[in-house]
Design a protein around this ligand. Structure first.
Ligand SMILES: NC(=O)c1ccc[n+]([C@@H]2O[C@H](COP(=O)([O-])OP(=O)(O)OC[C@H]3O[C@@H](n4cnc5c(N)ncnc54)[C@H](OP(=O)(O)O)[C@@H]3O)[C@@H](O)[C@H]2O)c1
Length: 266
């Protein structure tokens, strides 16, 4: 058991609230909770908001310094717009960071990286599930397939997910594109749309409450391989993020790290 102190941003969201409950069962201390300015739970305690049995007050982002003050690690699952504002403040405070938010533009991610990389150790990952991070490494073997084998990605998520394709599918796409030499991505097909050489295919499905399914299809002329990862619940992401928090807590060297570093796979 650990007594690492956490400030959680996006505390009332699907991931933030799951993470808080998981953190408590694992012995972490929650010392701060942040939600969006207009969130109806701002100024309530985590208990009053029905998240867990703690008197920690949920504050809006204008009070981020106060919320993060006592924390060893700041953990965030919010929106790209929120991270661009919040993460530089937290890095200036010298707090270690674990961030799982996805859907950034290149410019937003550049701003965040610039604000963090020389100041504090931080773990950024589009997917904290251990299985997915090992799968990222397995996908590098795709370079062994003959050129005529096509690779496609299908991802499925709940209908409330904002960004598409998922950050995980994008990361898989980067690895596959490097292995196969793909130079373009097609995100769906309609009408006459024959697959071109050099083209990676990524399809996104949004339905019901699916926490996350990613499937990689590798198809040659006479055979198909399908590799699927299914998250049973958000707990898998919460557990991985807490594992990252324990790891980053022990790091002194500023920089942006990945789950490969956390899992010792680099
Ligand atoms: N890396 C991973 O393993 C992983 C796993 C699952 C999800 N994710 C990503 O995590 C992010 C959140 O996902 P989710 O399903 O939890 O979404 P969600 O339920 O919409 O939660 C996001 C929360 O952030 C809050 N928020 C908005 N602006 C904020 C601000 N300025 N400061 C603090 N909090 C703010 C939102 O408040 P309001 O609702 O009041 O606007 C909401 O409660 C997404 O980018 C998703 O793709 C990553």
């Amino acid at each position: 058991m650990t007594s690492i102190k956490l400030c959680v941003a996006g505390a009332t969201g699907r991931m933030g609230s799951t993470l808080i409950r998981e953190a408590i069962t694992r012995g972490f201390k929650i010392t701060g909770a942040i939600a969006a300015k207009d969130d109806p739970n701002v100024n309530k305690t985590l208990r009053e908001a029905g998240i867990c049995d703690l008197n920690v007050k949920i504050v809006d982002p204008s009070r981020i310094m106060e919320a993060a003050k006592e924390a060893d690690v700041y953990i965030s699952f919010t929106t790209p717009e929120a991270e661009v504002v919040n993460i530089p403040i937290v890095a200036d405070l010298g707090k270690k960071i674990v961030m799982g938010t996805t859907g950034f533009t290149e410019e937003q991610m550049r701003k965040i990286r610039d604000a963090v990389s020389n100041k504090v150790p931080a773990v950024f990952s589009p997917n904290f599930a251990i299985g997915i991070n090992i799968l990222f490494n397995l996908l590098r073997m795709i370079k062994m397939f003959p050129a005529e084998y096509d690779v496609s990605i299908i991802e499925m998520h709940h209908s409330g997910k904002k960004d598409a394709p998922s950050g995980t599918a994008k990361k898989m796409g980067e690895i596959i594109a490097e292995a196969k030499g793909y130079t373009s991505v097609t995100y769906g097909r309609e009408g006459i749309s024959v697959r071109k050489p050099g083209e990676l295919e990524i399809l996104a499905v949004r339905a019901g409450g699916i926490p996350g399914v990613h499937e990689v299809i590798i198809a040659g002329p006479h055979e198909i391989i399908r590799i699927e990862h299914t998250a049973f619940s958000r707990s898998v992401f919460a557990q991985g993020a807490l594992y990252a928090a324990e790891w980053v807590y022990r790091q002194d060297k500023p920089g942006i790290y990945s789950m490969n570093d956390v899992l010792g796979l680099s």
